[in-house]
Design a protein around this ligand. Structure first.
Ligand code: SF4
Ligand code: SF4
Length: 245
């Protein structure tokens, strides 16, 4: 993001709107620190500037910086997938789509949070650990797939290593008996990561609308705090992708 020096009147109203503190005063005008800025668009979207001095940088869609916008601005549509947002919706509509069927567990690692974000060097520590744990296939429709250079090693594209994102989601699924190992590996990798992330686990419900007991037992045995979050699709309008479900 840029602030036009010729228009800015130095009122400072825009500064608290930046979730990462990228806007500061220089010679009584506000300026954006380009290294700190995630291109999230919050300052522009807030329409707080009385003189419309805030404007998108001409290079915001240039690769690799464009990664910041695609994974930080919730209104941005990823150039590769055409999907707005950072993940896919299937974890929320799984009861219709059946990406994850009985006997499988869906896992999503949500890197970064507003005010913190995460750089790609830290994200790579997790992707490498997951590759070592045998996770070499991630959800192909998720734009995160495009940042990975080598699925076998978990290496990310080297040209992206100077970039950072407010939020990116690595989605994959495992057999139920792999879940403990995967959760343990994520926890170990977290010790090396200099930011925050959330781990989502989702399953099909069992008859009687209960979460499979074995899944809960594994989560608790690995020392995770559960925060149940039910998002259940009513089954209208979307075709079941998997005939074996
Ligand atoms: S685009 Fe986002 S990170 Fe950049 S200055 Fe504006 S609010 Fe801050
Ligand atoms: S709100 Fe606009 S005029 Fe006020 S400091 Fe920010 S850019 Fe400058």
């Amino acid at each position: 993001m840029l602030i036009r020096k010729d228009l800015c009147v130095g009122c400072g109203r825009c500064q608290p709107y930046c979730p990462v503190g990228a806007i500061h005063f220089e010679e009584l005008k506000s300026v954006v620190d380009q290294e700190v800025c995630y291109e999230c668009g919050t300052c522009l979207r807030s329409e707080i500037c009385p003189v419309e001095a805030i404007e998108e940088s001409p290079y915001v869609y240039e690769y690799p910086r464009a990664l910041r916008k695609f994974f930080s601005d919730p209104n941005a549509t990823h150039a590769l997938t055409g999907i707005a947002g950072r993940g896919t919706e299937e974890s929320k509509t799984n009861d219709v789509i059946n990406r994850v069927v009985p006997g499988e567990v869906g896992v999503a690692i949500e890197f970064g949070r507003p005010t913190l974000g995460m750089d790609l060097t830290n994200i790579q520590k997790v992707t490498r650990a997951m590759a070592k744990a045998g996770i070499t296939e991630i959800e192909p429709e998720n734009p995160f797939n495009d940042v990975i250079q080598n699925h076998t090693t978990g290496d990310l594209k080297p040209e992206l290593m100077g970039e950072k994102v407010l939020s990116a989601i690595m989605e994959f699924k495992v057999k139920r008996d792999q879940l403990g190992h995967v959760l343990r590996t994520i926890k170990q990798a977290a010790r090396e990561v200099d930011s925050v992330f959330v781990v989502d686990v989702y399953t099909r419900l069992e008859p009687g609308l209960t979460v499979p007991k074995e899944v809960i037992e594994v989560i608790e045995a690995e020392g995770y705090t559960r925060r149940p979050n039910a998002k259940i699709n009513m089954g209208l309008g979307r075709a079941n992708k998997r005939k074996d479900a």
